[in-house]
Write a protein that binds this ligand. Structure first.
Ligand code: SF4
Length: 239
């Protein structure tokens, strides 16, 4: 299993401490988008992130540094790759179609090669159900990934974490109303309990049907159309 950790606080003093012994068996992906700056992750201290990465490594944990190439950090990729090597981490660059959105604070020329459809057009298709079949290619189901957010929530992927923290659409609110407000919180459940729960095991996949009561339009937007817009991770820098 792969654990993507957006959280700057993987340490023994926070919720992650409670699952540290579990996630040490897995491979943690650290999302750090810059060698000397990390503009995309607002209010995150790089020093603190590195303290936590080293703390995690000191327990024997394995890591991948994943690095989204934005216009602001393109020139730091080689420095970051070297830093990863020095810290015994694998290094992957990452391109995400959602970073083509004109609303994004940080732009990424690299992401524009993924899908020529505009972010807005796909958004309208997803949120108004203007598609026939979703043809979902779910990376949680296929690659066994999970995403632990800084708020202690376990989501199948960064997309649903993003949907939750943005709180811009009723679908996630409705999901929490139905499944329970704390259904995926590490403050109230352990990791395996969450992953073995009904939603992860059954409902998520059923909900890809756009008529389903718990349908999350974000699933079609991120992973529909046979995964055309899926995140591209590579251990090579593509230009
Ligand atoms: S957005 Fe939905 S379909 Fe895509 S990886 Fe996440 S849970 Fe799976």
């Amino acid at each position: 299993m792969v654990v993507c950790c957006y959280c700057p606080d993987v340490c023994r003093d926070c919720f992650c401490g409670a699952v540290l012994s579990v996630i040490c068996e897995y491979v943690v992906h650290w999302s750090v988008d810059g060698a000397t700056r990390n503009d995309y992750r607002e209010n995150v201290s790089l020093d603190r992130v590195w303290n936590n990465i080293r703390a995690y490594h000191s327990t024997g944990g394995h890591s991948i540094w994943q690095y989204i190439i934005f216009d602001y950090n393109e020139d730091e990729v080689d420095i970051a790759r070297q830093m990863a090597k020095e810290n015994r981490m694998k290094f992957f660059t990452r391109k995400s179609w959602r970073n083509t959105s004109s609303e994004n604070k940080f732009q990424s020329k690299q992401s524009k090669s993924i899908d020529s459809d505009s972010h807005f057009d796909v958004y309208k298709r997803a949120y108004f159900g203007k598609y026939e079949t979703p043809n979902i290619k779910c990376r949680h189901k296929i690659k066994n990934e999970i995403f632990i957010g800084a708020n202690g929530r376990v989501w199948p992927c960064c997309h649903l974490y993003d949907e939750h923290v943005k709180d811009g659409h009723k679908s996630i609110r409705h999901l929490l109303d139905v499944q329970g407000q704390e259904f995926n919180s590490l403050y109230t459940h352990d990791l395996l309990e969450i992953l073995n729960g009904e939603w992860y095991q059954h409902v998520l996949e059923d909900s890809w049907n756009k008529e389903h009561d718990l349908n999350l339009p974000r699933c079609y937007m991120a992973c529909g159309d046979h995964g055309k817009r899926e995140v591209i991770k590579s251990d090579k820098t593509e230009t």
